[in-house]
Design a protein around this ligand. Structure first.
Ligand code: PGA
Ligand code: ZN
Length: 420
């Protein structure tokens, strides 16, 4: 049974405080988990409880820590760690709100992940095996964010993420190697062209380029210079994070000095998709622009993956509405948007049942915790988005996946089969 639940305040990859929760079982097993934090958050995400005031510019999480150490701990001590749903439901009930408005999703998710990890450890099985059982065997195809813009970098680029997807390889290990080679070549090309090679929050470069198309062009050059075939071996994915671009007159593209309507933006995507091997676009429209999303799905839904992040916020109710209305065809999965391991699993099940692809995802503020690597394999997500091949908080996830691929005998890597 659960013998002790506690938390402390630690730091994330941006130097902001976050929650580290620890769960100890009666057999002596002890496991911890650290909660990530977003920058371009969706409006309907579960609440991340911050202290306010002057400490850490208001971003302290001592209240969330206190909630773990008192009310959550009191409720969970004595419970079995092997029934994740019951543990998560108890925390949901004592919170009593729709969005963890009282305890904080950062308090609840930390404990939820630590309970899962302690249970796995106590049974002596890897976390992906505990959460996914014998059927967990799909190694995710990574989306690596190698040029950062938007609110993840201080450069001129409006779109938030330019990613490569190594789709033409046999396994995860080879895919990651090829991606790292493209990344190194991209750095050389940017330097040769006189651009900055400073990094954004997710380890991608953050050069000042003069349009939102130019990053795609330099990535195409990098793929070629690394000796790979663009499209066939390495495809391109975008996260526009368009909620961040919304202004009164439409969507503001600063780097191109123009403001566009939803329709013009969708036409822009069509143009880009015709010119480049783009296989996936995330948050192409703002989170409230469901008409725009509908249009984008109609125009591009049979050609590319259309991912809802801010749009669905890992929330089964919102996803269900999207499914009914024919909006998008894939969902980004961020456990801290919804607040617990069990609720994340429910959303993934709903998506998979309805033919929506699931992309397990990090946040821009991360830590050394690689929980999502195991979680992606456990749920057979098939895709994971966890930054470039730089910065240890991103590499922690990739290194864990390399380890998992070595362990799994019947590991399956989908790559381009994802899009057939
Ligand atoms: P966030 O960004 O973690 O800052 O929200 C990631 C994303 O938009 O996918
Ligand atoms: Zn996103």
């Amino acid at each position: 049974f659960i013998d002790n639940v506690s938390a402390i305040e630690v730091m994330d990859s941006r130097g902001n405080p976050t929650v580290k929760a620890t769960v100890t079982l009666s057999d002596g097993t002890s496991a911890s988990a650290i909660v990530p934090s977003g920058a371009s958050t969706g409006k309907r995400e579960a609440l991340e409880l911050r202290d306010g005031g002057e400490r850490y510019m208001g971003k302290g999480v001592l209240q969330a820590v206190e909630n773990v150490n008192s009310v959550i701990s009191d409720a969970l001590i004595g419970m079995s760690p092997f029934n994740q749903a019951v543990v998560d439901a108890v925390m949901k009930e004592i919170d009593g709100t729709e969005n963890y408005g009282k305890l904080g999703a950062n308090a609840v998710l930390g404990v939820s992940m630590a309970v899962a990890r302690a249970a796995a450890q106590s049974l002596g099985v890897p976390l992906y095996r505990y959460l996914g059982g014998a059927n967990a065997m799909v190694m995710p195809t990574p989306m690596l964010n190698i040029i950062n813009g938007g609110s993840h970098a201080d450069n001129s680029v409006d779109f938030q993420e330019y990613m490569i997807m190594p789709v033409g390889f046999e396994d995860f290990t080879d895919s990651l190697r090829a991606s790292a080679e493209v990344y190194h070549n991209l750095k050389k090309i940017l330097a040769e062209q006189g651009h900055m090679t400073a990094l954004g929050d997710e380890g991608g470069f953050a050069p000042n380029l003069s349009s939102n198309e130019e990053p795609i062009q330099v990535i195409m050059q990098a793929i070629e210079k690394a000796g790979y075939k663009a499209g066939e071996e390495i495809a391109i994915a975008l996260d526009v994070a368009a909620s961040e671009l919304v202004t009164e007159g439409g969507y503001r593209l600063d780097s191109e000095n123009r403001t566009v309507t939803s329709e013009e933006l969708v036409a822009y995507y069509e143009e880009l998709c015709a010119k480049y091997p783009i296989v996936s676009i995330e948050d192409g429209l703002g989170e409230d622009d469901w008409d725009g999303f509908k249009l984008m799905t109609e125009r591009l839904g049979d050609k590319i993956q259309i991912v809802g992040d801010d749009l669905f916020v890992t929330n089964a109710n919102i996803l269900n509405e999207g499914i009914q209305k024919g909006i998008a065809n894939a969902i980004l999965i961020k456990p801290n948007q919804i607040g617990s391991v069990s609720e994340t699993m429910l959303t993934v099940r709903l998506a998979q049942r309805n033919g929506y692809k699931c992309v397990m995802s990090h946040r821009s503020g991360e830590s050394e915790d690689a929980f999502i690597a195991d979680f992606a394999v456990a749920l057979n997500c098939g895709e994971i988005k966890t930054g470039s091949t730089a910065r240890s908080e991103r590499i922690a996830k990739y290194n864990r996946l390399l380890e998992i691929e070595n362990e799994i005998v019947y590991g399956e890597y989908l790559g381009s089969a994802l899009f057939n």
